[in-house]
Design a protein around this ligand. Structure first.
Ligand code: BG6
Length: 485
């Protein structure tokens, strides 16, 4: 396979000593460098943070992080020595940014780089506007080559704050140079949703209200809030998961065929889906928070007793909701979304339920029960899909049995690359398809505005269970049931 070619550039990371950098970004950058066409290195890494480190000090930190992620010590040392630099941001004054700029330009001169730059803000969202303004003031928003700004979700906490954030970003950078990361879009199986739908006549021709009865999107997590309480307790499941990851899965499942596979053509179709979602009513949503519970023999603490969580917290750790996408293709087909922490297992899947066949023509006193076909697209942990269909059990009687055709990525291709690697290569190549556009972020917040303004009651569920019982009502009232739980 040909190695991707990217323009030689400096990859500047703000928050270079932070958790995201050490756990995710650095290992992914290391892996990516091994897949690119590179001689000399395709990118120089310039870490920036408050800490007063020199290049040597930061390189040791990089080596340690890589070693913790399984890179042999000698290889990690060579990698850090060959491409890693550090600039201290001190108190982030204008003078500090001017020094950063001088440092960046010095690296570009020494390495004969053409001035292409990535600014990756691996920072808490509240720090982003300040850094963006400072970059602009230091004359770094436009460089001699291309400049790309990367930010991570959450993109605001509601519609108004997302609009404000977009205004701040657009004051310095144009939309085409902004790359908003939702790591779900980098997952191989999520990208495959488009190929699966549009490259297979078999599925696309039945992908509509005539053939499909309802669709489920499930993102279940077994973990609790872990060490992220300060962020999570302010965010909750609706902001943390539904507005971003689940909504992305919904729009990729429901979007129409784009006019081309061009980034904007695809993103336009996704935005159209969001714009067509009917306002969510309070009765369409169930919010829950985990209480004490069990996972096998392990006792699990209640959310309110997790470290760093307020004892009176009313933050939801579970959301189930039903949505209607009022397009020609989907009108009348409910989409059921569900996510939660401390559920019995980690599982991300989209289940497409087809309609019951309209006639029954077998003889017999009682018609045998027919199970409608389902297509389950599993995004994790066992990436692949499964098509459930009916057949006649051999014998004289007419008895039906459900069987499954299945495909597993691991069987066909072995392990899949981490989502961050995919996104980093696309970023370096300048392909924005898998990044979230400003209008898409705003359209997604608009969908959930009524729930954020008037959150329905918070219901308890035992940690390790499938969530509040009340959630059964959402599909139940329409004659359906959750596939799992
Ligand atoms: C993150 C959320 O965006 O996604 C976390 O902030 C969540 O709360 C995580 O645990 C889930 O990601 P994945 O890839 O493990 O499904």
């Amino acid at each position: 396979m040909a190695r991707p070619h990217v323009d030689r550039h400096v990859f500047v990371v703000f928050g270079a000593t932070g958790d995201l950098m050490r756990r995710k970004l650095l290992p992914a950058l290391y892996q990516v460098s091994g897949t690119l066409e590179e001689h000399p290195p395709a990118f120089r890494l310039l870490g920036c943070a408050r800490q007063g480190l020199d290049d040597g000090g930061y390189r040791s930190l990089v080596e340690r992080s890589l070693a913790e992620n399984g890179v042999p010590a000698a290889t990690a040392r060579r990698w850090a020595r060959d491409r890693v630099h550090y600039a201290s941001l001190g108190e982030s004054t204008a003078a500090d940014y001017a020094r950063l700029r001088a440092r960046l330009e010095a690296i570009e001169r020494a390495e004969r780089l053409p001035g292409h730059r990535v600014f990756y803000l691996a920072l808490p969202s509240e720090a982003i506007p300040t850094v963006v303004r400072a970059l602009g003031a230091a004359g770094l928003a436009k460089g001699p080559g291309w400049t790309r700004l990367v930010i991570e979700k959450p993109f605001g906490t509601d519609l108004a704050s997302a609009q404000e954030l977009n205004r701040e970003l657009h004051a310095e950078f144009d939309e085409r140079s902004i790359y908003r990361i939702d790591h779900y879009l980098g997952k191989e199986t999520v990208q495959n949703l488009l190929v699966f739908r549009f490259a297979n006549m078999l599925f696309e021709s039945v992908w509509n209200r005539d053939r499909i009865s309802h669709v489920e999107v499930l993102v279940a997590e077994q973990l609790g809030v872990e060490d992220r309480a300060p962020y999570y307790d302010r965010a909750g499941a609706l902001r943390d998961m539904v507005q971003s990851h689940l909504t992305q899965l919904l729009s990729l499942t429901a979007m129409d065929v784009p006019s081309s596979m061009d980034a904007d053509a695809i993103r336009n179709e996704k935005v159209k889906v969001l714009a067509a979602i009917a306002p969510v009513r309070p009765g369409d949503v169930v919010r829950g928070q985990y209480g004490p519970g069990r996972s096998g023999r392990r006792r699990l603490r209640a959310y309110r007793h997790e470290d760093g969580v307020r004892r009176t917290s009313t933050t939801e750790t579970y959301v189930a909701l039903r949505l209607n996408v009022n397009t020609w293709r989907w009108q009348g087909v409910p989409f059921f979304l569900r996510t939660g922490k401390r559920l019995p297992e980690k599982r991300t899947e989209i289940v497409v339920h087809f309609r019951q066949p309209p006639v029954w023509f077998f003889r017999g006193p009682l018609p045998p029960e027919v199970t409608a076909n389902t297509l389950t697209i599993t995004l994790q942990p066992d990436e692949g899909f499964e098509l459930a269909f009916e057949l006649k059990r051999p014998g004289h009687a007419i008895e039906l049995e459900t069987h499954r055709l299945h495909f597993l990525y691991s069987e066909a291709f072995g392990p899949l690359a981490d989502a961050y690697q995919t996104l980093l290569v696309d970023l370096m190549r300048g392909d924005p398809t898998l990044f979230v556009r400003a209008d898409e972020v705003e359209a997604a917040w608009k969908v959930y505005a009524p729930i954020l303004e008037r959150p329905p009651p918070l219901l308890p569920y035992p940690a390790g269970s499938w969530g509040p019982k009340e959630a059964e009502r959402l599909p139940g009232e329409l004659g359906h049931a959750w596939s799992e739980g």
